[in-house]
Design a protein around this ligand. Sequence first.
Ligand SMILES: Nc1ncnc2c1ncn2[C@@H]1O[C@H](COP(=O)(O)OP(=O)(O)OP(=O)(O)O)[C@@H](O)[C@H]1O
Length: 594
Amino acid sequence: AEKSLLESDKQALLDFANNLPHSRSLNWDANSPICHNWTGISCDDEGNRVISVRLPGIGLHGPIPANTLGRLSALRILSLRSNAIDGSFPLDFGGLKNLTFLYLHYNRFSGPLPLDFSLWRNLTVLNLSHNAFTGTIRTSLSSLSQLTALNLAKNSLSGEIPDLNLPNLQQLNLSDNDLVGSVPRSLKRFPKSVFLGNDQSLLDYTVTSSPLVLAPRDQGSRIKNVGKLSQNAMLGLVVGGSVVGLVGFGFLLFVCLLRRKADNDDDVFTGKLEKGERAISGGEDGSDKLAFFEGCNYAFDLEDLLRASAEVLGKGTFGTAYRAIMENATTVVVKRLKDVNVGKRDFEQQMELIGGIKHENVAELRAYYYSKDEKLMVYDYYTQGSLSSMLHGKRGENKTPLDWERRVKIALGAARGIARVHEENNGKLVHGNVKSSNIFLNPQNYGCVSDPGLAAVMSSVPPPVARAAGYCAPEVTDTRKATQASDVYCFGVILLELLTGKSPIHTTNGDEILHLVRWVHSVVREEWTAEVFDLELLKYLNIEEELVEMLQIAIACVVRMAEQRPKMSQVVKMIENMRPGEGSIPMPSSPGVV
Ligand SMILES: Nc1ncnc2c1ncn2[C@@H]1O[C@H](COP(=O)(O)OP(=O)(O)OP(=O)(O)O)[C@@H](O)[C@H]1O
């Protein structure tokens, strides 16, 4: 049955190519294997269905013939950008229920946008810019809860912009249309540039500041009542606030504590922490205290945190990370969690579990804080940044050259760290968020994993934002439930990042989004193995064998069937075997000892 599905996909593509003139020839030979040889076509791992059609700049001209591409019911990626296709948006695309990326920009499409976008629930990126679409922007776009990028620029769309409720939307462009009215509330977080080239009235709004900065005015009257310490905190925050680019983290905490303070009159602040003291907070209900872990050498408490100035490091799946610099120059990372759905007891239990992991390859949780309104975690600050920023650079900066030796150490360390996490809780703890922005370097320059076990306290694993989507094991896309096997998959993606130097989801010249795992598979399948590797690595001599060996380990980790993936402890052994010398490095703390 599967073969016949592929056969009908093939027929649909032939019908398409035979009925739409194109100035460049396609090598779509009915007798050659479609998944391997046909330009622009890729299939799923089993080779049963066509999942991606990419035909940019082929010189396609004329309308898309009806009942052709619309029959590719397993299609996830469709790119026909930069052609000369005209006519209206094909009605039969409604059958492409799995469509995730749709690129039709730089064509001559005209007529209205489809009425009902809810047909494409998985749509993540939609680019229809540089066409001649008319009519209104559809309200039904709101049903695309996965949408991260929407580009409708350079069309002739008219009317008002509907209030689109798209929480995951990160990129928007509606410029150069004939839109009127005002920018709806939901889109005021985007800069004015995305509305340029429409009616002037659209530019008359104030960009809403980051929703992070809590500054309720009515708190002002309470400030007088909080005594000396808090006045110091105020001072701290004024100083912090005067530094450009710093957000008043103190203020943030301050406000939230103030609220508590007003609610119950306990003293909010504990005294200084004795070295090594287990300081799970002294307050009556303990709700306002930072809970530190044993052996923590930090001499700071909430009061110091209050006075810290902080900078937003980034927003992640589970919340926002801040770099907080204390007055004594201690720098920590504070993670402010959103959507925690467990009670205090369960939260504490999970934090104790995570904080109890003492291992050189697991970033240590130093302290945490739980109150009704605020859940915080405190980590060391890693000055070198994450593996992600080292490999891919933040906006082109920060890129650290990583030679092969360093990459092997990072891979090995991260593998050991994840394996250690998997031993916790009677061998049941899942990391749940393995990705290169959660890998740091320990003092010996081995990889070190951060952020384990958070999924357990969160309401649900949110749909991955585009950046994280490349790590998502295929089964997790449906189940939304991370497992140890899905951690192994994510680790495999990190190995691929280390080998290729590419991001798990990367764009090619023409804004198209490629999925690293699929890309590697397609290249390896066609036996261009050498082309897979990071150019920077190819300048080192005599490492080819190790590169290929590591590639094999990576591919074993990202196999589609979860039960066929190796266990993390086996992955550690495989990497160690590649490097006989590495296996003998003693581990400072034996697993399980807290
Ligand atoms: N302890 C740390 N030291 C230095 N940088 C950090 C630390 N923890 C996080 N970061 C950086 O801060 C940014 C935001 O981190 P955060 O963990 O909130 O998001 P993320 O890693 O992108 O996603 P997720 O929430 O899914 O882990 C990332 O670039 C991350 O690498």
